[in-house]
Design a protein around this ligand. Structure first.
Ligand code: UD1
Length: 368
């Protein structure tokens, strides 16, 4: 009998991760996967293009739950997920990362005594639970039965918290998707924007720390706008929906600064753009790692990074969340990188994380 698994996703980075696992399940068999989409990210640009371009199977159900406060959103997701789990009777519920969708599914499943598998387990900031994603990931890890870490760092953190059973460093499923997609990138997205290779930077800013406080957001946009042009910024909906962003963008007059604001890109276009950029500036977890895999210098505009391996290797310069540090970090990073391109070490596995996860799930099920 195949393992009956429900995968719960809701946000863009989870679609990128789910693509790798669904492909590995189709290749290796032994698991019958159905996808439940909570609807946290719902539009064509943030959701549909990912399912189409990355060949993710259509969701069994889309719960259509987005917006609202954290409590409201998580609560509505829990209410909607419970009847789906009752109806489907899965052997396992699998979740990715640290969104409200992750936590809602993990709580509902664990209370129904359905084992939970957590992919990207053990990621920590140890920031005193200041960041909503940290709360989601810590709680999810502590109710999970199977824990798949992206590197050795996660295994160590889980050990410190007393979680040692069924914990594996399998590598990062985002690397699997990245590697499978590299042959499908092209220079078309650049040409469409009138850009040439190595003549521009890519920026993404969407974390609550940078977006929720209007002063921080405007100072960040000003700092990016004051850099050498062009800085191409696909604007995340959380950013574009901020009134501070809307009034800043509306007040812009010629001569314009460095920023070129565009709508969120499909995954392959985003990879194509980063692949040919001079430098990446971001507060995105996924974009930090992709810049590294592409061998691109990266400045991370955050107080902390979850991906400590990159900071420790010195390939990822942190601004500490201070917009006035963006320019000096960019200048130092470019100088260092021109002197000696950064190394690319295989800390996130070999691009076969999803296959390792499928294998471990089947072994666990066979021995249960
Ligand atoms: C983070 C949080 C996650 C949170 C999410 C909100 C971590 C560990 N987690 O993910 O809990 O829900 O922010 O979004 O970091 N991309 C495109 N087109 C674009 C921009 C990005 O395809 O225009 C792709 C990137 O190439 C990458 C992925 O989207 O593959 C990254 O998604 P992003 O929304 O930046 O989320 P994260 O910061 O990775």
């Amino acid at each position: 009998m195949p393992v009956k698994m429900l995968t719960v996703v809701g946000a863009r980075p989870q679609f990128v991760k789910a693509a790798a696992l669904s492909a590995a399940i189709q290749k290796l068999g032994g698991i019958e996967e159905s996808i439940v989409h909570t609807g946290q990210h719902y539009d064509a640009q943030m959701s549909d293009t990912f399912f189409t371009d990355l060949h993710i199977p259509a969701p069994l159900v889309n719960l259509g739950i987005s917006g609202g406060s954290h409590g409201d959103q998580t609560g509505r997701m829990m209410q909607a997920l419970e009847p789906v789990f009752v109806d489907q009777k899965p052997d396992l519920v699998l979740v990715y990362g640290d969104t409200n969708s992750t936590l809602a599914a993990a709580l509902v499943a664990s209370k129904m005594k359905i084992p939970v598998a957590h992919v990207e387990a053990g990621l920590r900031l140890y920031s005193g639970m200041e960041v909503p994603e940290e709360i989601n990931r810590v709680l999810t890890d502590h109710v999970s039965t199977l824990l798949f870490c992206s590197s050795y760092v996660g295994v160590g953190y889980l050990g410190v918290e007393g979680i040692t059973a069924n914990v594996w460093d399998v590598g990062d499923v985002m690397l699997d998707t990245f590697q499978h997609s590299l042959t499908r990138t092209s220079s078309k997205p650049l040409s469409a924007l009138g850009l040439t290779e190595d003549s521009y930077c890519v920026a993404t800013i969407h974390r609550p720390d940078n977006v929720d406080d209007p002063k921080q957001l405007v100072a960040t946009l000003e700092a990016l706008d004051a850099l050498c042009p062009p800085i191409v910024m696909p604007v995340h909906p959380r950013t574009s929906q901020s009134p501070a962003f809307a009034s800043w963008a509306a007040d812009r007059r010629p001569p314009y600064g460095a920023l070129r604001l565009i709508t969120p890109l499909p995954y392959l276009s985003m990879l194509s753009l980063m692949q040919r950029a001079k430098l990446v500036i971001t507060d995105s977890g996924g974009v930090q790692k992709e810049a590294y895999w592409l061998g691109k210098p990266c400045v991370t505009h955050q107080r902390w990074t979850e991906w400590v391996e990159l900071a420790e290797m010195g390939v990822n310069a942190l601004t500490g969340g201070d917009p006035s540090n963006i320019r000096p970090r960019v200048e130092e990073t470019l100088l260092r990188w021109q002197a000696k391109p950064f190394p690319t070490v295989a800390v996130y596995g070999d691009g076969h994380a999803a296959e390792a996860i499928v294998q471990r799930i089947k072994e666990w099920y066979a021995s249960a």
